[in-house]
Ligand binder design. Structure first.
Ligand code: SF4
Length: 347
């Protein structure tokens, strides 16, 4: 089991729920109003932790303003300048994400660690496939799970050297299999909480498939304490995908799960559009239930036995069923109305 660390009002690691993170794509000092709107939207969609790039003292000062609008812990993303980390700590940040090897002399690293230690702020360290040190590339013959893990653990050792162990580690690659192998190797060698992600995964299906495969397979092995879906898309979509990954692994509820059949030669209705309409209608409902929309009465109710409630459509009528048992017939045009009424009755 991993160590538990405190990140603002949340606990990461151990038996705590896996948290979902995202990153603001507005600059805090230049676009604070957009950043505030985005933070609210992300939180409303189930984001647990937010990260923001801190590239100036003004960005760091804006953390205080942002905090007025959210309960989520905020992580400062620091690139090369250690002073940005110090400013962020001064302005009430909840965690810091740095690559200690990128922020210059050890003395600078020490200053950041001491500042975090003073306020018990966690530090996320780690590498991605593009930032492995040459020393480890030479030693392990390129980018692989061993060079990635050595690189990450070198950063951990540097933080530990100053008697600090409030650490989260991440190892991300663009390649799914490499991310998988590296995190398995990492887990063997550390008990710090692990942040999972597939870096630069792309957009749409590409990014969603890579992320779901990489994160899903690791989480099923019990690896991963906090996740970020990195898509070239609106961060809100990252959060929705992240939450759905956890929902479909049975780890965290995230509203109604709509299951539906793939359609076949027996389908007599426009099931594709019916399902789209149903999903739209039930989207705001927060209940943790499964509903099934099936294309025929012969196989539909039986195949969707695991659903709490469902419809099997065909020939102008639909059969309403609950847990595989047919309850009654409904006019096909009334499917959504009846479904919403029935969902209302479920506690
Ligand atoms: S539920 Fe009926 S319509 Fe849908 S795929 Fe199965 S057999 Fe075909």
């Amino acid at each position: 089991m991993t160590k538990v660390i405190n990140c603002g009002n949340l606990k990461i690691g151990g038996n705590n729920k896996i948290t979902v993170q995202s990153m603001l794509n507005f600059n805090l000092s230049n676009n604070i109003n957009q950043a505030i709107d985005q933070v609210k939207l992300l939180e409303a969609n189930g984001c647990d932790i937010i990260r923001a790039s801190i590239d100036s003292e003004e960005d760091a000062k804006a953390i205080k303003t942002l905090k007025k609008y959210t309960n989520m812990p905020i992580i400062a993303d620091i690139q090369f300048d250690y002073k940005m980390a110090l400013y962020a700590v001064e302005n009430g940040i909840d965690a810091i994400r740095i690559n200690p090897c990128y922020i210059g002399s050890e003395d600078n690293v020490k200053k950041v660690i001491e500042a975090c230690k003073d306020k018990n702020i966690p530090i996320r360290v780690g590498v991605n496939s593009g930032s492995v040190k040459k020393e480890f590339l030479d030693k392990y013959n390129g980018v692989n799970q061993f060079s990635l893990v050595e690189s990450a653990l070198e950063q951990v050792k540097l933080v530990e050297k100053y008697n600090y162990d409030n650490i989260v580690i991440s190892i991300k690659a663009t390649n799914v299999k490499l991310t998988y192998d590296a995190n398995i190797e990492l887990k063997k060698r550390t008990d710090y909480p692990i942040h999972l992600g597939i870096t630069e995964s792309g957009s749409d299906e590409d990014g969603i498939i890579k992320t779901s495969m990489g994160l899903g397979s690791l989480i099923l092995l019990g690896i991963g304490d906090t996740i970020r879906v990195s898509l070239t898309e609106d961060p809100v979509r990252e959060v929705i995908i992240g939450r759905k990954i956890l929902q479909y692994l049975g780890l965290r509820p995230y509203g109604i799960d709509v299951i539906s059949c793939p359609t076949c030669g027996r389908t007599k209705v426009d099931l594709i559009n019916i399902v789209k309409d149903v999903k739209k209608a039930v989207a705001p409902i927060k209940k943790d239930i499964k509903i099934a929309i099936m294309g025929c009465a012969v196989n539909g109710p039986g195949e969707a036995r695991e659903a709490d409630i469902g419809f099997a459509s065909g020939n102008g009528e639909a059969l309403l069923f609950k847990k595989g048992e047919i309850i009654r017939k409904v006019n096909e045009e009334e499917i959504i109305k009846v479904l919403l009424e029935e969902i209302e009755k479920i506690n």
